[in-house]
Design a protein around this ligand. Structure first.
Ligand code: TYM
Length: 359
């Protein structure tokens, strides 16, 4: 977003073009640290494009409840939630036309998760790759929240009735589980009027895996191999300078293989077609060294990050912007999720006893 956001005039109506049925887009980001280049070059730049199209009604949220599975420190969580909101805004998502909210501000999502958990197959949860990975990463804290993660994520997606879920490659299995859950639910309960759940799709072009600076196949917050969106030029260069390249290229005069180099993969996202061709040829013929190749990448990286960082600093200086955005987002999304939950509850045979509370 390049213009100033006015917090005074959020309008829920603004998200839905009159007379059209927009496709519902939904995605979330956990509040477990500062965002990195993998988040941006994977799904986030597609959030921005989709958020500007009148054919889409977009919901973007901060998955603070999901963050508890790996970040049990209350102080850090409270700090990171606003950071993610600022990142959404600085990336260019306009909160007037899109709904930005915190997962925890809609309690009905948790109710929906409990209802839908009865349709989740236990062995699917046991086979979940992210659960196994997290269990390996934090053997001291293999909690039930990690195991239940795909159920809550399915409720996140199915509650607002998402048609399209742009996520990185690592989240595809979770979305597939949500699709499976929706189908299973529809088969069992979907005959009643208005009871069916939307079976969501993923956005293929967003489902990529941006590799890490350590030579690993995925850039990830917990892997310590990231370029962060708030890294300044110096920090970014220090990280790039020591980043792993084609490990077979031992000396400057050895020809390299760009297909075995994560730095080259980053070039394909950040550099022009001509530059990509030039660094590939230069690497293969040893006309350029890894240092030269990294310098080109660094310049293109900062050309991307500097305007983002400037916008973000300006947004961060607007007092109460984040809380206004989150409150407005919760106000707009909550009736949608509450309605889906009520329909699922009724279809499953649970009568609404809300009136008992007042008796
Ligand atoms: P999180 O916070 O781990 O990641 C946020 C998004 O960034 C993507 N991503 C990547 N994409 C490409 N390359 C990488 N190296 C890379 N690292 C991260 C992730 O795939 C993700 O799209 N479970 C989600 C949060 C969530 C959610 C949802 C998303 C909760 N409920 C419902 C969509 C719909 C997660 O862990 O995001």
């Amino acid at each position: 977003m390049t213009e100033d956001i006015s917090t005074a005039d959020f309008q829920s109506e603004g998200a839905v073009p009159k007379g059209a049925a927009p496709k519902v887009v939904l995605s979330g980001i956990r509040a477990t640290g500062r965002l990195h280049l993998g988040n941006l070059l994977g799904p986030m730049r597609h959030f921005v494009t989709l958020s500007r199209s009148p054919e889409h009604l977009c919901y973007f949220f901060v998955a603070d409840l999901h963050s508890l599975t790996t970040l049990p420190e209350p102080g850090l969580l409270a700090r990171y939630v606003p950071e993610i909101v600022l990142d959404y805004l600085a990336a260019g998502i306009d909160p007037n036309d899109n709904v930005i909210y915190a997962q925890s501000s809609v309690g009905e999502t948790c109710e929906l998760a409990v209802l839908l958990s009865n349709l989740m197959i236990l062995s699917h949860l046991q086979r979940c790759a992210t659960f196994k990975e997290k269990a390996r990463q934090q053997p001291h804290n293999v909690n039930a929240g990690l195991f239940y993660y795909p159920v809550l994520m399915a409720a996140d997606i199915l509650g607002p009735g998402a048609d399209l879920v742009p996520v990185g490659e690592d989240q595809l299995q979770h979305v597939e589980m949500a699709r499976d859950l929706a189908r299973r639910y529809n088969a069992q309960y979907g005959t009643a009027a208005g009871a069916r759940l939307v079976v969501p799709e993923t956005l293929e072009r967003a489902a990529v895996r941006i590799p890490g600076l350590d030579g690993g196949s995925k850039m990830g917050k917990s892997d310590g191999n990231t370029l962060n969106l708030n890294d300044d030029s110096e920090v970014a260069w220090e990280k790039l300078r020591v980043a792993v390249t084609d490990t077979n290229r031992k000396r400057r005069k050895d020809p390299g293989d760009p297909t075995k180099c994560n730095i080259f993969t980053l070039h394909t996202y950040l550099s022009s077609d001509d530059e990509v061709r030039e660094v590939a040829q230069g690497c293969r013929s040893a006309a350029i060294g890894c240092f030269d190749c990294k310098k080109v990448l660094h310049a293109n990286l900062m050309a991307e990050l500097t305007p983002f960082q400037e916008r973000r600093a300006e947004l961060a200086s607007q007092e109460s912007l984040v809380s206004d955005v989150l409150c407005d987002g919760a106000r707009r999304v909550r009736p949608v999720i509450a309605d889906s939950t009520a329909r699922v509850r009724a279809a499953m045979g649970i009568e609404s006893r809300l009136s008992c509370r007042t008796k």
